[in-house]
Structures are given as C-alpha cells and as structure tokens.
Ligand binder design. Sequence first.
Ligand code: PBE
Length: 285
Amino acid sequence: MILVGVVALAGCSKESNASGGIGGQVRHQIIGIDPGAGLTKQTKEAMDEYSLSDWKLVEGSGAAMAAALEKAYKNEKPIIVTGWTPHWMFAKYKLKYLEDPKGAYGEDEAIHTIVRNGLKDDAPSAYAMLDRFEWTPEEMAVVMNAITEGAKPEAAAAKWVDDNAAKVDTWVKDIPQEAGKKLKLAYVAWDSEIASTNVVKQVLEQRLGYKVEMMQVEAGPMWAGIANRSADAIVAAWLPTTHQDYFDKYQGQFEDLGANLTGTKLGLVVPEYMDINSIEDLKTK
Ligand code: PBE
C-alpha cells in the first residue's frame, strides 16, 4: 500500500512540474505592472502567442509587483512576474527570465531620450545636455540599488552625480548655464526611470542652473505630455518595441534624441528556485 502511494505521488509531482502544476501553484496568475506599460501590452500578446488563455495577468504597478516578488521570495513560494532589465531586483534576488522561444518580447532594445518640438530653441542648453546624456545599465544600477536600500531618489542621484563628475562633465562641457530657466521632465514610477530622471534633474540643476520639475504620470500621459508640450522631455522611452504604439501615435509631435542606455530586456521572470525554464512550461496540457 505504502509503495503504491509513493509511486502515485512521484507521478503526480512529475506531472505538476511538467505542465498544469505550475499554474495551480500560482493560481494561474502572472503578476504584472501598470496597465499603460509596454511590458503589460507585450505580456498580453505573449499570453496569446503561447496560448495561455487560462492565465490571468494581474495589473498593478511596478512597486506592487516588486512587493509581491519580495514576499514570495522570502518564503520560497512560486511566483511569476513581468520584469525588465535594468532593475535592482536582479541584484537583490536570484532570478531568471523564462525562455521565450517564440520571441514574443522582441529583441533587446534601448531607452531613448525624447523632447518636445521647439525645445531646442526654448531651452538650448538643456536640449544640448539631453542630447548628450547616455550611461550604462551598471551606472543606472548604482542609483537604483541605493534607492532600494533606502536612499531618497534625489539624494541617490545627487551622490551619483558627485561620484561620477568626470562622466557628467562630458554631458555638460562647454554648454552655457541658463540660470533659473524652468524645465519639466515627465516620467513613470518605474524604478529604472526614477533613477535616470533624477540623475538628469540633478545635472540640469547643479551644472546648468535649471529649475527642474519632475512630473510623475502614467505611460500614456507621459507621451501625450511631450506631444502637447505640457512636458519638455522624457528619458524613459523604450524603443523600438515597448513604446512603439506611443511612438507611432505621436509621430511628428516630438524629437527623438536617440538612445541614452542600451542593453535592456523584458520578459517573464521567476525565482531561480522554481523548476520551470520557458514560457512554454506554463501551458496546460
Ligand atoms: N518598463 C520599464 C517600461 C519601460 C520602462 C519596461 C516597465 C514599459 O514596459 O513600458
């Protein structure tokens, strides 16, 4: 009797690892982020492509996703989140992207700086600095990690600007100060963009004398704000795929100053302790 039980259990657990089991363990939920994020849209498309019709994408925010991940990770519980790189969560936890054999999340892309039409004439020094702004995922990580460890975003950014004066010099060299001039940076509260937008604010204020206002909005309004000129610039445009819809929608109503960071990635992310490796593993037989 005992033997039969063991065999049945073994069979059951093998089954669960291979297919339907993972769905049951996480109640067929993928923990998503904000509805306006490109990542949300791409995940819905990925769920179609991989025929995950019995799964649900739980929308919320980047912060809510990170909190859910932290809670699950602490208890070694299974969880599937929508994630992206650069993000501090990869430094704090042992995580892996699920393989995406169908390429649903597209190629690696870049984060671009986008400014409103007319900024070049209205704020030439800020325009020139924004045009030069570029850094690496590793540099961004320093700011992000400091914020995760409790530093105020503004303070973490100011410290990075102090610690990296030589790099910052290259962004502002020979650009005249425009003391007291106002500039509005729009951004979404994604951790990567909280870091980059704060750094740009610090540089414009400390080095070029600007008074910078940061406007926290959703992704749609961020792009709309550039198009209707209620915002001056964003350093948070993920292209060519993630924000393609917004890019196409407002074509002609903004200026693309090119990449400020390359080497990004998007996808479904799970803790390494989970026994799945591919989005295909989520399919229920
Ligand atoms: N993200 C981070 C954004 C862009 C920056 C990947 C969450 C998005 O999906 O729109």
